[in-house]
Design a protein around this ligand. Structure first.
Ligand code: ASP
Ligand code: MG
Length: 308
């Protein structure tokens, strides 16, 4: 059932109006920052024969036309890598569809359709892409503070420009200190954004690069917002060599057939690269200090709820 009255009251609320105004500024300042750093904005991809497997290998959202099968994009990861064959630094505001379990309806952090600012940089290492992420977040906060003061006051939000470099903790250490809920525990305790590094191969996707001298550990990272807002972004260095990609896909027990087209590109030669994807709605939630993610955008779609 579509709840029209709830919808109308949200649409007319001061909260949503101000959140989307801040969101528009976030998008504007992200673009400015990345363009200054020599990045080119590419248009997003919504359907493709290849998309991010994520932890759910089932195909969700298939469109058949002309006898071909397209999937709705869960992320633009492979398109990011392939774009680097043309230009060396790219970004895109990419719509992603991820059918989360209905139990996540009230997590405050999950939408089944969201937009991520997807960034990829040719021949970059993890340190370089982390520095870019830190600079981007600091630039956004600085400009929102300067340009959206009345909105931040409305939200009673006293934001600090995060100090660079951000703190770092390894996945192993985070797990040892905080247990399996390390992400949320770390986020609750943190006063500044913090990086989690070096995830184990089992829990992540096949495209994050494995250390050449540490088997089973990936050269990747997540950034965690402070004050309990949870994950901000995921990223890392990429596997780009055909044989390694093939091995990684096989380890996940996904049929190679599903990634046939991507593997053809890898066979012809992909560049080494690093990148990340940062969710715009979660970023808006953090900047505004909101508890519910559905208040961060127009037409939010919560898991298990009919959205517009
Ligand atoms: N593909 C990742 C994600 O969607 C982001 C990245 O690694 O660039 O979580
Ligand atoms: Mg992630």
């Amino acid at each position: 059932m579509f709840k029209i009255d709830e919808y109308l009251s949200l649409l007319r609320s001061e909260k949503l109006k101000r959140a989307v105004r801040i969101q528009s500024e976030i998008i504007h300042h992200s673009r400015n920052f990345l363009k200054q750093k020599g990045f080119i904005e590419i248009l997003p991809v919504i359907i493709s024969p290849i998309t991010d497997p994520l932890t759910d290998y089932r195909i969700r959202g298939e469109i058949e036309c002309y006898g071909f099968k397209y999937q709705i994009t869960k992320s633009m990861i492979f398109h990011k890598q392939i774009s680097l064959l043309s230009v060396p630094r790219i970004f895109s505001f990419s719509p992603n569809v991820r059918i989360e379990p209905a139990s996540r309806e009230r997590s405050g952090r999950h939408l089944i359709e969201f937009v991520q600012l997807d960034i990829e940089m040719k021949e970059a290492g993890r340190d370089e892409i982390m520095q870019l992420g830190e600079g981007l977040l600091a630039h956004i906060v600085e400009n929102i503070k300067a340009n959206c003061e009345p909105d931040l006051e409305f939200f009673h939000r006293d934001l600090k420009i995060p100090e660079q470099p951000f703190k770092k903790i390894s996945y192993q250490e985070a797990l040892r200190r905080y247990g399996t809920d390390y992400e949320i525990e770390l986020s609750k305790r943190a006063a500044e954004p913090i990086w989690i590094l070096d995830f184990p191969i089992e829990g992540r996707e096949f495209y994050d690069r494995e250390y050449s001298d540490q088997s089973g550990i990936l050269v990747d990272m997540d950034l965690i917002y402070p004050e309990g807002y949870g994950e901000a972004l995921s990223g890392g260095e990429r596997e780009y060599q055909y044989e390694k990609i093939k091995k990684r896909i096989e380890m996940k027990e996904i049929g190679l057939k599903a990634y046939e087209i991507y593997l053809k590109f890898a066979e012809k030669g992909l560049f080494p690269s690093a990148g990340f994807g940062i969710g715009i709605e979660r970023l808006t939630r953090y900047i505004c200090g909101l508890s519910h993610i559905e208040e961060t955008r127009m037409f939010a779609k919560l898991p298990g709820v009919l959205g517009l």
